[in-house]
Write a protein that binds this ligand. Structure first.
Ligand code: PEP
Ligand code: MG
Length: 599
């Protein structure tokens, strides 16, 4: 049993209560606690059958290799598409690397040369070649070392096809299991999501490995970096995977089991308690109502919205319909998708944002050239106004989908009145086309603008005169206002929602909109920042739209807030001139009131 000094951040008192037979410290990759039996995935080292083959077998083996590569390419394409639709383009990027390798003609020619010249079986030649590849990566820098898991992944995929084997998980017992592997490769992780898995534990991997990110998105607890758990446990051993503290307990004794069952119950009770709020309105103590809606990034999330207790969808990011495919989604396909969602959510509203492609979301189906500053480049409404056919197809689909009267149309990245007027004119054109075609649609569908470019925030009154609602996109608004790239780790500390300039601008937008009788929502991540919920309510925000997972706690805060007090709080907060003062002020106000949420 490896004797490592635990790196766990637990109090001494708590540590003494845990007397497991063996505790393996690792890296907390995905939160949650699971107790159950282990299913050990046998490590496939790719050791081949007879290394040398008869001369006559050579063309057969080459053909086998080509077929296996074809099947693997198709499998990778499918997994990439699935991941992109479910989790977004960034998560799917790993599969681009897999595809690149599988399409590399030099690399394939090398393996074929080994089969021919050394008379090796396809499996042997392929496994040996990739082992050498991985070995070379070990000697290089971190970027290459992080690719080793991908090289192993490709090796296993191709070997499986060469041998006509199914996934090792096909032997998984019917009851739910904790999967223990030497390494969680991205493809393995993807296939896990479709099985009965309660948690994962692996020898290799770090917090930001692709597999860890995927586990978090799927909500499966996971601990990685355990060094030798796969060599330590046996199939069927009882395990506890603690994805909060980052450790695995093997065959725990009764006291430890009881401790973890209590922890599990505590977390479940917290979730259950919050679930009691599901049917209750997001209303302050003094009955001020705030719409609390949910953001949706891909179709499968609609179910999560329904159970979260959100009052509808405050932002449907439609980019998922365009990504991961070579052709454009047509009007009919979009209509069916939007209509399905609108019907599922009715009578609650669905705010459908027209596509915000470009920047970090570049689809294959629209040619978006590389740019020096893509975040400031050809993006969102700027593309739509040039590619009006694509824009009109989407608008028509949205207007037609509004059969329940609950659909609203939202325009992203508006930065001037000229641009807004052009977009409104295209919407009118789309309506005329629908009329001419005698199609059923809702001509009075509400139109809104994302306030996410500082110029739009400053032009709030002029915009409010022309539309029905606003949705403040703080993710972009903050990046453009503070000149801080929202995806750059190096300057992440400068990306401050609580910068007084951000708060003052938001307050001006809300007030300007209200002067024109226009309601204002917020769909950027700031809407889910627990520290500012009462402040936003006090500033007069009409709607907050957050990920389904954030809905219960935000609702709890709204329901525990006094609106009159929140208005005073907002006046005080807006008077500060530094981010630090505002943060401390909000912490002092929020922490004693919401102890279990704000730590
Ligand atoms: C925003 O910018 O806040 C927003 C919600 O849009 P996205 O994150 O899709 O850019
Ligand atoms: Mg945005």
């Amino acid at each position: 049993m490896p004797k490592k000094k635990s790196t766990l951040k637990i109090s001494k008192a708590k540590a003494q209560t845990i007397k497991a037979q063996a505790i393996l410290p690792g890296v907390a990759a995905s939160p949650g606690i699971a107790i159950g039996k282990a299913f050990l995935l046998a490590e496939d080292h790719g050791k081949a059958e007879a290394p040398t083959i008869a001369e006559a077998q050579i063309p057969v083996e080459i053909e086998k290799l080509k077929k296996a590569l074809d099947k693997t390419r198709e499998e990778v394409r499918r997994d990439g598409f699935y991941t992109e639709n479910k989790l977004g383009k960034e998560q799917a990027e790993i599969f681009d690397y897999h595809r690149m390798m599988l399409e590399d003609q030099y690399f394939i020619a090398d393996v074929i040369a080994v089969i021919r010249q050394q008379r090796r079986s396809a499996a042997y030649a392929f496994a040996e070649y990739l082992d050498q590849y991985a070995e070379q990566f070990k000697q290089k820098d971190k970027v290459f070392r992080e690719r080793i898991a991908d090289v192993h992944d490709i090796k296993r995929r191709v070997l499986r096809h060469l041998r006509g084997e199914t996934w090792p998980l096909s032997n998984l017992p019917a009851e739910a299991r904790i999967v223990v592997a030497h390494e969680l490769t991205p493809s393995l992780t993807l296939s896990l999501n479709r099985q009965k898995i309660t948690a994962c534990a692996a020898d290799l991997g770090g917090k930001t490995s692709h597999a860890a990110l995927l586990m978090r998105s799927y909500g499966i607890p996971a601990v990685v970096g355990l060094h030798n758990i796969a060599g330590t446990i046996k199939n069927g051993d009882r395990l506890i995977v603690d994805g909060y503290q980052g450790r695995v307990l093997i065959n725990p004794d009764r006291a430890t089991l009881a401790h973890y069952q209590a922890e599990q119950n505590k977390h479940a009770a917290k979730t259950k308690k919050l679930a009691q709020l599901r049917a209750l309105p997001a209303e302050t103590l003094d009955q001020h109502h705030v719409e609390l809606a949910a953001n949706v990034e891909f179709a499968e999330e609609v179910d999560a919205v329904m159970v979260s207790g959100a009052a509808g969808i405050g932002l449907l990011r439609t980019e998922y319909l365009y990504l991961g495919r070579a052709d454009l989604p047509g009007e009919e396909e979009q209509y069916r998708e939007y209509h399905r969602i609108a019907v599922a959510v009715a009578p609650q509203p669905v705010i459908i944002r027209t596509m915000d492609l470009g920047a970090d979301k570049c689809p294959q189906c629209i040619d978006i050239p590389a740019e020096a500053n893509p975040m400031l480049g050809w993006r969102a409404i700027r593309i739509s106004l040039e590619k009006t056919d694509i824009f009109i197809a989407q608008i028509k689909a949205i207007l037609r989908a509004n059969t329940q009267g609950n659909v609203r149309l939202l325009l992203p990245m508006i930065s001037s009145i000229d641009e807004l007027e052009k977009a409104l004119e295209v919407i009118e054109q789309a309506k005329r086309k629908l009329e001419q075609a005698g199609q059923v649609f809702a001509p009075d569908t509400e139109i809104g603008v994302m306030i996410e470019v500082p110029s739009a925030a400053l032009l709030a009154e002029a915009i409010a005169e022309r539309v029905d609602f606003f949705s403040i996109g703080t993710n972009d608004l903050v990046q453009y206002l503070l000149a801080v790239d929202r995806g750059n780790d190096r300057i992440a500390h400068l990306y401050a929602n609580l910068n007084p300039a951000v708060l003052r601008l938001i307050k001006n937008v809300i007030d300007a909109a209200h002067r024109y009788g226009v309601w204002v929502g917020m769909c950027g991540e700031m809407a889910a920042d627990r520290l500012v919920t009462a402040l936003l309510v006090g500033m007069g925000i009409d709607e907050l739209s957050v990920s389904p997972i954030d809905v219960p706690e935000i609702k709890k805060i709204i329901r525990g807030t006094d609106y009159r007090e929140a208005k005073k709080l907002a006046r005080q907060a807006l008077a500060f001139s530094t981010t630090r003062e505002i943060r401390e002020f909000m912490q002092q106000y929020m922490q004693p009131r919401f102890k279990d949420i704000i730590l």
